[in-house]
Design a protein around this ligand. Structure first.
Ligand code: ACO
Length: 378
């Protein structure tokens, strides 16, 4: 008896569970973290406050925030053995290095085998604090420089830029980075969060789940888009080339990176925040051309909005990083650093009401073939 099977390729439109972490309405471009608008959080909150909100489910009061922030700052160091591993694999892509270092950090985490919610939260906080130390140590070692120790006088975003460049950023630069971290902190069951949840659903530990998330985020269809957009802008070179370049890609059936989203069918609500920053920073740095090039690309893409293909968060992010002199190959790592709190929340929710994530595949190959001994095969 054959039953009608409905394939949901790519799990499109499939709800796999409930969440209290973020709400996304892709039809109107709405994003809330724990009920709070991404517009308010990105403009008014700090990254530390946002992480607290995501992990604890409420905005902290002053004392709670101070304690939490102090805890984050106190957990930024990584063991010298991890720095040694980074040195050994320094020529690898920064996301491969981050993935490997997070995996290795499990060996040094006192809570590694404890999957209780309290322990998972503690590990999530430590990984949030440690990820920038890994990324910046690698960026510097790769450039023949020594890593810069974290500075506990600086907040997460300022400290990241300090460890990367070896000098304190201006408050405007630090705020820009902070805004970027907030905008990337959580986004429901996107591909990397799904991967993290799949790992957690087997009752594997947080480090394994975050490693799955990092590996999944790396692809250009997900976190890799910011880097690809900047490569495109550099390739275009001048505003006058942008229109033809974009049309050539589209006519050859290619995709414009930083456009389109599985859920948003209007503009990604995170995008305008970075668009405004990208424009202002370009003017301030005397390099308005990158913003103008991307604006031209966006103009050519306007008719695609009717098909739900609009700018996503990564369309402007890459140019903003470029204007901040951040090397292209760590763009995805910045996304990952911001997203660790979101992955942690997703894993905690999975543990709290676990069910093994195990969908089905419809087999379409041959059936019941006769096994032929190897010497008798052609
Ligand atoms: N440029 C041109 N056409 C596009 C684009 C794009 N960026 N994105 C989608 N399309 C077209 C596809 O060609 C397809 O057309 P068709 O129906 O004629 O074949 C249609 O839109 C649907 O595309 P799918 O890939 O089926 O849609 P899906 O929801 O699976 O894709 C994705 C979402 C992967 C993000 C896609 O839009 C894409 O590849 N974008 C470029 C990469 C990118 O920017 N990724 C970052 C995503 S945001 C994030 O992760 C933070």
């Amino acid at each position: 008896m054959t039953t009608e099977i409905e394939l949901k390729r790519g799990l499109q439109g499939v709800y796999i569970d409930r969440t209290q972490s973020s709400f996304i309405d892709g039809a109107i471009g709405k994003l809330l973290y724990r009920g709070y608008s991404i517009h308010d959080l990105s403009e008014k909150a700090t990254f530390e406050e946002t992480v607290y909100l995501l992990l604890y489910g409420k905005l902290p009061n002053r004392k709670e925030l101070n304690d939490f922030d102090a805890h984050l700052r106190a957990n930024r160091s990584i063991p010298p053995e991890i720095v040694q591993i980074i040195r050994l694999i320094k020529d690898a892509h920064p996301m491969d290095v981050l993935r490997t270092a997070v995996s290795a950090l499990a060996a040094y985490d006192p809570d590694v085998a404890d999957n209780s919610l309290e322990s998972t939260l503690r590990k999530g906080v430590r990984l949030t604090a440690q990820a920038p130390t890994i990324v910046t140590a690698h960026a510097r070692i790769k450039d023949g420089k020594e890593p810069v120790e974290p500075d506990s006088n600086l907040n997460q975003a300022a400290n990241f830029l300090y460890m990367l460049f070896g000098k304190e950023p201006t408050s405007a630069e630090a705020r820009l980075m902070e805004k970027d971290f907030i905008l990337h902190a959580e986004h429901g069951i996107n591909a990397s969060a799904f991967a993290a949840r799949v790992a957690a659903s087997t009752i594997s530990d947080l480090h394994s789940a975050i490693v799955s998330g990092i590996g999944t985020l790396k692809g250009p269809a997900h976190g890799g888009a910011a880097e690809e957009v900047m490569k495109m802008a550099l390739d275009i070179g001048e505003e006058s080339n942008a229109e033809q370049y974009t049309r050539d890609i589209l006519e050859s059936g290619g995709r414009i990176m930083g456009f389109g989203h599985r859920v948003y069918k209007v503009e990604d609500p995170r995008a305008p925040h970075l668009q405004a920053e990208c424009e202002a920073l370009g003017e301030q740095k005397g390099q308005p051309k990158w913003f103008r090039i991307l604006s031209k690309v966006a103009e050519v893409m306007e008719p695609y909005a009717s098909r739900g293909i609009c700018p996503n968060v990564d369309f402007w992010a890459g140019t903003m990083y470029h204007l901040m002199d951040i090397p292209k190959d760590i763009f995805i790592s910045i996304f990952a650093m911001g997203r660790i709190p979101g992955w942690t929340v997703q894993v905690m929710e999975q543990y709290a009401n676990n069910i093994l994530l195990r969908p089905l595949l419809l087999y379409e190959g041959p059936m019941d073939l006769e096994y032929v001994p190897i010497d008798q095969r052609e």
